[in-house]
Design a protein. Structure first.
Length: 222
């Protein structure tokens, strides 16, 4: 029998730990796409794979926040309703930017200016949005979201997540996450999915390594 490993819940609780990891992943993935899209030598297949993953993942993340998470927090504290109200315009801008990114040509290197511009716009919006959101969201999660309630929410979000690019999700988590953050996410994965992690990691390695080769020795940062 494998030994039982106990991992202390990171400061701020499971909700903050998992949300912080998701946000680090979004920063890293949008940065990588923006950088790679500006290189004519970047493989079209890998660019399309990362682009399609990001569009689906970001839409799902914001829909989960807007439709489920913020209403839960608002029910616990009506004052929390100011959070999504203040960020609504940024969500609308991001939706429009994701539409442009999804429509940008990828296959023809000579037509990638639109892809590069759209990827840079999404990166800048995501980074700015998270800087504005985290000081509001993290305290609300700490005050009103127990680990048990978060686990229920997280499992529902994972179950409804688009399958597109799930292997990239795992790879980015492992690149940018701390052991505590990874432990929180892993705890909410279905057991069947845990068995797939090694294969998913291997599948993602070729894609990310081809896109991260902007310069010798250079890697993206979260």
């Amino acid at each position: 029998m494998d030994p039982i490993v106990t991992v202390e819940t990171p400061e701020g609780g499971a909700a903050v730990a998992e949300t912080r990891l998701l946000h680090k992943m979004h920063r890293a993935a949008t940065s990588l796409l923006a950088e790679a899209a500006q290189r004519g030598a970047a493989p079209a297949t890998a660019l399309a794979e990362l682009r399609d993953f990001l569009v689906a993942a970001l839409r799902h993340h914001h829909e989960s926040e807007d439709d489920v998470l913020w209403p839960l927090l608002t029910a616990a504290d009506p004052a929390a309703a100011a959070g999504p109200a203040d960020l609504a315009a940024e969500h609308d801008s991001l939706d429009a930017a994701l539409d442009a990114l999804a429509a940008a040509p990828v296959r023809d290197a000579d037509e990638r200016t639109a892809l590069a511009d759209a990827a840079v716009a999404v990166r800048d919006l995501v980074h700015a949005h998270l800087e504005h959101e985290e000081p509001v969201l993290f305290p609300a999660l700490t005050a009103h979201m127990s680990d048990e309630a978060w686990a229920e929410f997280s499992r529902a979000v994972i179950a409804s997540a688009p399958p597109m690019g799930a292997h990239l999700n795992i790879a980015f988590f492992e690149q940018v996450g701390t052991p505590g953050e990874l432990a929180v996410v892993t705890a909410n994965l279905p057991e069947a999915a845990l068995h797939l992690v090694p294969a998913m990691r291997e599948q993602a390695e070729a894609t990310l390594s081809s896109l991260q080769a902007a310069e010798p020795g250079r890697t993206f940062t979260a």
